[in-house]
Design a protein around this ligand. Structure first.
Ligand code: FES
Ligand SMILES: [Fe+2]
Length: 391
């Protein structure tokens, strides 16, 4: 699991006037709205006696109150009021917890879980179709996986599995016809153009069958983004019908992932077609979920010596390489093994921007250990392991 990225913590509609607990990167956080409607995110551990702020309430001071002794924490994680000391009494300087930047986009609450200053953060991926209500109709789908986020993202961009895992999307005998036309990649993203030959589409009261012939060439563009561990899958059904599935994949812990998915379509935009769109999207997630839950190991192997790749896996190789660069060169990976001996004895938090801005402040809680970056660049042999073997 990686720090220093934006992740989706919850749907916007799920956070109203009460604090809400979310778990990300193995840690608990509280989300709460202030009176202006802005969402705030704090570590869910009160530094007084360990109360869970998400079980408390929001207050007139625009704070969240701890349910144990009523201490009130503001949007920056600073204590503003200690009821047992009374109004106006000084607050101990160390009475502060980590607070994280938030944004609301695409009906989702995004939280930046790391300590990078604003100008160094990778942006939240673009999804302009979501806001273009005149041309696109959106439905939301939630899916919980047993599986690490790395495997989930890899599954989302894997074209070769469609012929086997999704009967609605491929024929096994056409597996060798599917083709990767192009792969592009940047510092924190990758995109690939592909052509597939799927069966006719089902659904929408049988209407979909009319719009694409069986095994017609269909252009599909999957893309991945490190921020949000997002996958964007653009499907050109025919010359005028398109759909996009945009999903943010949130690591709840090492082996649990929650997908916040929005599917948009530029056809049949009436609400009567929404339920079918949701059902079909959820079915596809379910087909993938059954496979991902059984993968061994559950996480992506750091060394690929124990796997064999072929030409058709090269886009997945791009994902692995970009992810690994951020582990080995930037040191963003949480060292969960180093935390295991402390289970139940010690609370860790994800470092927040406030920590970097106040390096001499004596924070009550320690931050999660990170796997140290490797000083030298990736050795040639390891580099090659993400590339397909010659075939
Ligand atoms: S534990 Fe939170 S106020 Fe005491
Ligand atoms: Fe799939």
């Amino acid at each position: 699991m990686l720090t220093n990225l934006w992740y989706v913590a919850e749907w916007s509609k799920a956070v109203k006037d009460k604090p809400v607990r979310v778990k990300l990167l193995g840690q608990n956080f509280v989300l709460f709205r202030d009176k202006a409607g802005k969402v705030n995110c704090l570590s869910d551990v009160c530094i007084h006696r360990g109360g869970s702020l998400s079980k408390g309430w929001t207050t007139d001071r625009n704070c969240v109150a701890c349910p144990y002794h009523g201490w009130e924490f503001d949007a920056e994680g600073k204590v503003q009021f200690i009821p047992s000391r009374g109004e106006g009494a000084p607050i101990p300087e160390r009475a502060r917890i980590d607070a994280y930047p938030t944004e609301e986009r695409y009906g989702m609450i995004w939280v930046f879980l790391g300590d990078l200053p604003e100008e160094e953060r990778y942006p939240i991926p673009e999804f302009p179709e979501y806001d273009d209500k005149a041309n696109w109709r959106a439905v939301e789908v939630d899916y919980n996986w047993t599986g690490s986020v790395d495997r989930v993202v890899e599954n989302g961009i894997d074209i070769a599995h469609t012929a086997f895992v999704h009967p609605g999307f491929g024929y096994q005998e056409m597996a060798d016809k599917n083709e990767i036309l192009k792969v592009d990649r940047g510092e924190y993203w990758g995109s690939s153009d592909n052509v597939l030959y799927p069966p006719q589409l089902e659904g929408n009261f049988g209407l979909m069958k009319l719009f694409r012939a069986d095994k017609a060439a269909t252009y599909v563009t999957p893309a991945f983004y490190l921020p949000g561990h997002c996958v964007r899958l653009h499907i050109k059904v025919n010359s005028w019908m398109e759909m996009i599935i945009f999903d943010a994949n949130t690591p709840i812990d090492e082996n649990t992932t929650r997908s916040f998915a929005v599917q948009v379509r530029n056809f049949f935009k009436w609400p009567i077609f929404d339920n079918g769109a949701k059902k079909r999207t959820k079915k596809v997630f379910g087909e993938d979920g059954d496979i991902v839950a059984e993968l061994s190991p559950n996480y992506l192997p750091e060394s690929l010596e124990h796997e064999v790749s072929v030409e058709q896996d090269k886009f997945m190789g791009a994902w692995r390489m970009i992810r690994r660069k951020h582990i080995e060169e930037k040191g963003w990976k949480i060292d969960t093994k180093a935390m295991k001996p402390f289970e139940g004895e010690k609370v860790f938090t994800i470092p927040s921007p406030g920590r970097r801005a106040n390096p001499h402040f004596k924070w009550a809680l320690d931050t999660v250990p990170l796997v140290p970056p490797k000083r030298r660049s990736v050795p040639a042999q390891a580099k090659d392991s993400t590339e397909p073997e010659s075939v």
